[in-house]
Design a protein around this ligand. Sequence first.
Ligand code: PEP
Ligand code: MG
Length: 537
Amino acid sequence: MFICNGKSVCKGIAIGKIKFYAKTSQAVVQRKIEDTEKEKKRYAQAKKQAIAELECLYEKARKEAGEESAEIFHVHGMLLEDEGYNDSVNHTIETQQVNAEYAVALTGDHYADMFANMDDDYFKARSADMKDISERVVRILNGAADSCDLGQEPVIIAAENLAPSETIRMDKSKLIAFVTKEGSSNSHTAILARTMGIPALVSTAVDDSCNGKIGIVDGYEGKFIIDPTEDILESYRAKKAADDEEKALLQQMKGKETVTGSGKKIHLCANIGHPSDLAAVLENDADGIGLFRSEFLYLETEDYPTEEQQFAAYKKVVQTMGGKKVIIRTLDIGADKQVKYFSLDQEANPALGLRGIRICLTREDIFRTQLRALYRASAYGNLSIMYPMIISAEEVLKIKEISGSVREELIAEGVTVGNVEEGIMIETPAAAIMSDELAKHVDFFSIGTNDLTQYTLAMDRQNEKLEMFYNPHHPAVLRLIQMVVDNGHREGIWTGICGELGADTCLTEQFVKMGVDELSVAPGNILPIRKIICDMK
Ligand code: PEP
Ligand code: MG
């Protein structure tokens, strides 16, 4: 038995098999080959397996996300069948007398460079596809499994770190806990764990020696127990049963209005990052969706998602929520959420760089496509749009000019558009300080405390070394929240909190007293917070 201590970012207890997630990039070694025919056969076999894997992925994506999202796996299959690509691999094996892995990597790099240098955005985007298919074949030749494929059994994922683009590919129904070496309380893996309601630890000294062993993640004590003794296992089974029972008791809060004893009503909503989180939203009886991070659409595809793909996803969310309010945040990539096909430059300070609304205002085509999809979906439910990373009224006016023209364009095309509220996230100190001015131009404010804290305290939210300095209850942040609420109310608009602080139960009463109108939290936090509010005088 071995115990690693870590920092808990989501409470709960999980017991199960550990899968150590190793990064997919495969090492390729050049070897001299005598029997080139045998090597060509190895390649043909690996290619066949890669195509079979792609067909399975196509079917899975088609069922989960629809035909258009699945199409990329067809394209990859076709690229693997390309005569030029195959001839190049076989020719390299034959003439250079090298192993198949090396020939595939060399051919993949050659094609990727060729596409990257083309003067056409569509072909440029194929560069990443060529790298992807070649990595898949190399992985198969190396005899390694796809590390994002979690297998059939539920597992605890242990890893050095996890990028949003990796977690998005994992089958969430097989995930029971996360344990990572890197990451912080506000990293996106931590947010994902809270959305899923599964225990998670960061800053834990894990390595691949735990792979395949039985593990216990104790999200209350911040412990990761590897290979537990039978006694420890037994005591944790009992703790988990008690935990499950407590959760069952909270079920009584379902169907109740979120209102204090003196009659102050709070709109208690859920944060989601994927349409697959909707089940948890309904299960926990949220009053609506206060933050739908739309990045998933861009992270799980290998090219810009089309208007139709986005429309289908947004429509599904608003329809599932019936008439309840759904606030969809426009694209917020950059910083830690990198997407290859955006070809963003490396930046010295990405959190202070080209991210969120700044990308949308410099790449208006991408922004307009998303807005068209959002307005079209608004006809099917109660949809609001929210813009991230705002710093000035000028930005808001520019955004409104673009959104207004998209709306008019659709109406001119005869498309039905709903009544859409437009709000902004207050997640920069500039926006908080200017909130009196900003309130004149928008329908609501939603405070993103994750970024607001990072920018106010000048502390990278991703940097685990800062945890000892990072005070989420810092009075500067709380004063800014109060200022935003008051400025919003003065102009007659409502203010919510959708950052992680909104779920901090030590502050729930304080937020209600401050006049916050909405709290939007991970689905698993809805019922405990409703209980606190309903128990208030
Ligand atoms: C925030 O910054 O508080 C927020 C909700 O946005 P994200 O965590 O996606 O940056
Ligand atoms: Mg943010």
